[in-house]
Design a protein around this ligand. Structure first.
Ligand SMILES: NC(=O)C1=CN([C@@H]2O[C@H](COP(=O)(O)OP(=O)(O)OC[C@H]3O[C@@H](n4cnc5c(N)ncnc54)[C@H](OP(=O)(O)O)[C@@H]3O)[C@@H](O)[C@H]2O)C=CC1
Ligand SMILES: O=CC(=O)O
Length: 321
């Protein structure tokens, strides 16, 4: 029996992929770092039954409408804003993602970003390494406290709840905003539900964990930054396009808010001359929320298992609704 053809849009480790080769005929793009060119993606999608895609691959109507073979797209991420879900539905192509396996790891990184920014860890480490530490002084690199402060989480989903748990461990007051209230989490984690406006005006740390949708595009804009506390720190670990980067730059530069910690950007990778990179109050990371070895291996295995399940006629393990 011929094995179904599956294309992976990045070079993944052989020790993960090889165990699926008995049942799947797998081909991969030959770089782990560089995205597959769009033309090649289009060409492969016309002959593959399954695609494993990265969050940087645009899986659009052109790709989804021009294939007679494609049955399943497994995105190596929990976010799926790079995929035209309506079009996939229309063409009866299953889309899967990688929820749960990355939740704790991403929550760890989100909290690390918050702590790094609040306590000015990068500035401090740089000073020591560059030999610029000349003396101890009472206000040397004095930052913001974390304990007993108020953290406001916008997007209290899987990752939001675990960040809330981390925050409770630091004796923080946790407020959140979602479109729907989560009574069980409120009771279990001691959270307080507030309106979006209340959250942004009362939180010391405003943390974005909302997916990118039409509704959340530029949710954090100049008007919103202007209503935050002067000492507020904005943390974005979800998607760059939920914030207006230039408005954030202005807000930090003018002292309207104290700083920001960002794992994601409107365009990735962010260009080296972007104004945000000039601000010492802004911590910037290269979209590494789920990047632990253990978690990335689990995400790869889950993606390939989703492909296998669908192509063997079983339901996907983690389908995007
Ligand atoms: N930096 C990184 O490397 C990573 C980033 N991510 C990002 O984090 C996001 C969250 O992941 P995860 O927690 O698993 O997702 P979930 O779907 O579990 O949580 C998302 C939450 O956002 C809320 N939400 C959605 N729309 C809105 C809105 N318009 N206003 C307010 N709240 C809203 C939802 O609640 P409700 O529907 O009630 O509003 C839901 O509780 C992903 O979509 C992805 O973009 C994820 C992993 C790693
Ligand atoms: O950004 C990462 C994801 O899993 O979504």
């Amino acid at each position: 029996m011929t094995k179904p053809y599956v294309y992976i849009t990045r070079k993944l480790p052989d020790d993960v992929v090889d165990s699926f080769r008995e049942k799947l005929n797998i081909n991969m793009w030959d770089s782990a770092e560089e995205s597959v060119p769009y033309k090649k993606l289009l060409e492969e999608s016309k002959k593959a039954e399954g695609l494993v895609t990265m969050l940087s691959d645009p899986i659009d109507e052109t790709i989804l409408s021009q294939t007679d073979t494609l049955k399943v797209v497994a995105n190596l991420a929990v976010g799926f804003d790079n995929i035209d879900i309506e079009s996939a539905k229309k063409h009866r192509i299953t889309v899967t993602n990688t929820p749960d396996v990355l939740t704790d790891t991403t929550a760890d990184l989100t909290f690390a970003l918050l702590m790094t920014t609040a306590r000015r860890i990068l500035e401090a480490a740089d000073m020591v390494k560059k030999g610029e530490w000349e003396h101890w002084s009472p206000l040397l690199l004095a930052g913001s406290d974390i304990h007993h402060k108020t953290i406001g989480i916008v997007g209290m989903g899987r990752i939001g709840e675990v960040v809330a748990k981390r925050a409770r461990g630091f004796d923080m007051n946790v407020i959140y905003h979602n479109r729907t209230r989560k009574q069980k989490a409120e009771e279990e984690l001691g959270l307080n539900y507030v309106s979006f406006d209340q959250l942004i005006s009362s939180a010391d740390f405003v943390v974005s964990l909302v997916p990118l949708t039409d509704e959340t595009h530029h949710l954090f804009n100049a008007n919103v930054f202007s209503h935050m506390k002067d000492e507020a720190i904005f943390i974005n670990a979800s998607r760059g396009k939920v914030m207006d980067e230039m408005a954030l730059y202005e807000a930090v530069k003018s002292g309207e808010i104290r700083g920001a910690g960002l794992d994601v950007f409107e365009d990735e990778p962010i260009s080296a001359d972007h104004p945000l990179l000039t601000l010492k109050e802004v911590t910037c990371l290269p979209h590494i929320g789920s990047a632990s070895l253990e978690t990335r291996y689990q995400m790869m295995e889950l993606s390939l298992n989703n492909i296998l399940q669908v192509l063997e006629g079983n339901g996907p393990m983690t389908a995007v609704d």
